[in-house]
Design a protein around this ligand. Structure first.
Ligand SMILES: [Ca+2]
Ligand SMILES: [Ca+2]
Ligand SMILES: [Ca+2]
Ligand SMILES: [Ca+2]
Length: 232
């Protein structure tokens, strides 16, 4: 800004807006300095455009912001990891916040694979669209956690039973993970999965008789053997 006229005893306010970017960790990255760089009139106690970084003169100053930070992490659990096909299982997704600030505007997304049907009993105002459940507007207090859950019915194999959930939004910066960026391996702490392995039993039956050619009046013994070739 140039050409300003400031009356004796008066002042001028200059304003502008800026959007806060994510921190890089560089020292003082949010310190925003301004100084008087020129004046036609002599200033008795300061010199324009000579700030050496400490804003030690009265024609220099700074303002600092400290963006809010909330380190979110997510875990996912299922109440029965070895259900029978057709059973209803309950998935619980817990979002924890290591702070230091409360997390607001937190959203969680769970894409339920075709191995599950009958999605229901969705908690906390979550909504189902297709096979995707979305929770939004959640608050996770610093040092605390917030859990959401839903039910689903286990379908018969073959199927992919891995069920992934991730944090997709937060108002606060997360220092070690990024919402909505899971590339499939749940490598960040704001992503997680739960897996069930349905019980399978491969049954076979053999029936035998002790004497295949008895005489009338003889007593024979029938034996029925049921075998299971699978661990379930
Ligand atoms: Ca001055
Ligand atoms: Ca100065
Ligand atoms: Ca995190
Ligand atoms: Ca992530």
């Amino acid at each position: 800004m140039t050409g300003l006229v400031i009356a004796a005893g008066g002042s001028v306010d200059l304003t502008f807006e800026a959007v806060i970017e994510a921190p890089s960790g560089a020292p003082g990255e949010y310190v925003n300095v301004a100084e008087v760089t020129a004046a036609d009139t002599n200033d008795p106690d300061s010199t324009p455009n000579n700030d050496d970084g400490d804003q030690s003169e009265d024609d220099e100053d700074n303002a600092v912001v400290a963006p809010q930070v909330a380190d979110l992490s997510l875990t996912k659990a299922v109440d029965d990891t070895s259900p029978n096909v057709g059973d209803t299982v309950v998935f619980t997704i817990t979002v924890s916040n290591d702070g230091p600030d409360d997390a607001t505007g937190v959203a969680v997304e769970d894409v339920v694979p075709a191995a599950y049907s009958g999605i229901g009993s969705i908690s906390s105002g979550g909504t189902l669209a297709g096979s995707t459940i979305t929770w939004s507007g959640l608050t996770v207090p610093a040092g605390g956690s917030t859990a959401v859950r839903f039910e689903a019915v286990v379908e018969a194999p073959p199927a992919v039973y891995v069920n992934v959930a991730e944090v997709t939004a937060s108002d606060q910066h997360d220092p070690d993970s990024t919402p909505g960026n899971d590339d499939g391996d749940q490598s960040e702490d704001d992503e997680g999965n739960a897996v069930v392995v349905p019980q399978v039993a491969d049954l076979s039956l053999i029936k035998a008789v002790s004497d295949a050619a008895p005489n009338v009046g003889d007593t024979v013994l029938f034996t029925i053997t049921v075998a299971n070739d699978w661990p379930g």
